[in-house]
Design a protein around this ligand. Structure first.
Ligand SMILES: [Zn+2]
Length: 379
């Protein structure tokens, strides 16, 4: 178990302006950026604000500004010390908070006003509780510190620990180890949180996440851009994500068509992107009858959705060449009536093909993506 403390000393933070990111991370994070928090502790400030609403405001100062971090609140009356002491039996990894005379199973240290108690498994948190020292006097306000402690800024600090931030002693930060005049997360604090939960857009800091790891990457390999499409063939590609990819949607000419089955073997993608979970099972594919689309230019888009609600897409334009009938079921209805012409080093032209009573010219060209001679034109 890890305990993070916030000290009430009247020491202001030492601030070096203009420094680069200096946030520090504890290591674990919430899987999929998803935190459910029970804010049901009773009571209110002398001025009438509920502790529970101040707690939600504090959490939202992170959740509202950090893409990929989703904090939801419940009101089930769980105790922050459940499972830590005999007085409160284990509650099944519920995240809760409250006032208590001690840091659950042991005394608050000297000058310690609040603690965050976290348990992780592997790289993910499984529970995190926040205990406020009930021996202190508390209120809720912004600005300069007063004799009663500002509950909300302490909650912002403890929530910073809860989502995975360590103390920050270099830059101006709510994650400074001592309470001071800062009552909101600073840019440095938010960069730290974004480094954990939204590495595609923020941070770029010291965890190795940064901009090199987009939250989702998706590739549409077939049809490739400007490919000539016809007949009954595959739509295929791959998608990887820092969170679990939940589904791949197919859009044809801007309209949703269907979901494409996902999870196929792609050892090559696994080797290329070892840091994404299950990247070796990242393939998607389905059979598609191009004959259902009229001849001419079309657009196909594939969209990946992950368990954290992110989405990423890619598309390709392609041309459908087809006989007038979408599917010719009788093989005797397709006949080659004249000899073929070979041109260049990879093109075969069937000058007269009869399909269901109509004559066409069909051009076959070698296609690297499909590794076969594909129909490149039907006129
Ligand atoms: Zn702290």
């Amino acid at each position: 178990m890890l305990k993070q403390c916030l000290l009430p000393l009247a020491v202001t933070c030492i601030v070096f302006s203009g420094a680069s990111n200096a946030f520090k991370l504890l290591g674990p994070s919430w899987e999929n950026g998803s935190v459910t928090y029970d804010t049901s502790f009773p009571g209110a400030t002398p001025a009438g604000q509920n502790w529970s609403s101040a707690m939600q405001q504090a959490a939202n100062k992170w959740g509202d500004q950090v893409e990929g971090l989703n904090i939801t609140f419940t009101d089930n009356g769980f105790h922050a010390c459940a499972g830590y002491t005999g007085a409160f039996p284990e509650d099944g990894n519920q995240n809760a908070s409250g006032f208590y005379t001690q840091a659950c199973d042991e005394a608050f240290g000297t000058d310690v006003i609040a603690v965050t108690l976290s348990r992780s498994f592997g790289s993910f948190y499984v529970e995190s509780d926040i205990v406020f020292n009930s021996n202190e006097s508390w209120s809720v306000y912004d600005g300069t510190t007063q004799s009663a402690l500002d509950f909300r800024r302490v909650a912002v600090h403890e929530f910073g620990h809860l989502i995975g931030l360590d103390h920050e002693e270099t830059n101006s930060a709510i994650m400074a180890p001592f309470i001071g005049s800062i009552f909101n997360p600073t840019t440095d604090d938010l960069n730290g949180a974004r480094d954990i939960y939204s590495p595609a857009t923020g941070g770029g800091g010291n965890s190795g996440g940064g901009n090199s790891t987009p939250a989702i990457q998706i590739s549409l390999e077939e049809p490739s851009s400007n490919q000539a499409a016809n007949g009954v063939t595959n739509i295929r590609g791959w998608a990887v994500g820092i969170s679990t990819i939940q589904r791949i949607e197919l859009y044809v000419n801007g309209s949703y068509a269907t979901n494409i089955p996902y999870g196929g073997d792609r050892a090559d993608v696994g080797q290329r992107f070892p840091s994404y979970q299950n990247s070796s099972k990242s393939g998607f594919s389905m059979i598609f009858n191009w004959g259902n689309l009229p001849a001419g230019q079309h657009n196909m888009e594939v969209r990946a959705y992950d368990s954290a609600g992110r989405t990423e897409s890619t598309s390709s334009n392609f041309t459908v060449h087809a006989f007038d009938t979408a599917f010719i079921s009788d093989p005797s209805q397709v006949q080659i009536l004249s000899s073929a012409t070979v041109s260049g080093n990879n093109t075969i032209t069937l000058n007269q093909v009869r399909a269901e009573g109509k004559n066409y010219k069909v051009v076959l060209r070698w296609n690297t993506a499909t590794q076969k001679w594909d129909v490149a034109e039907i006129d």
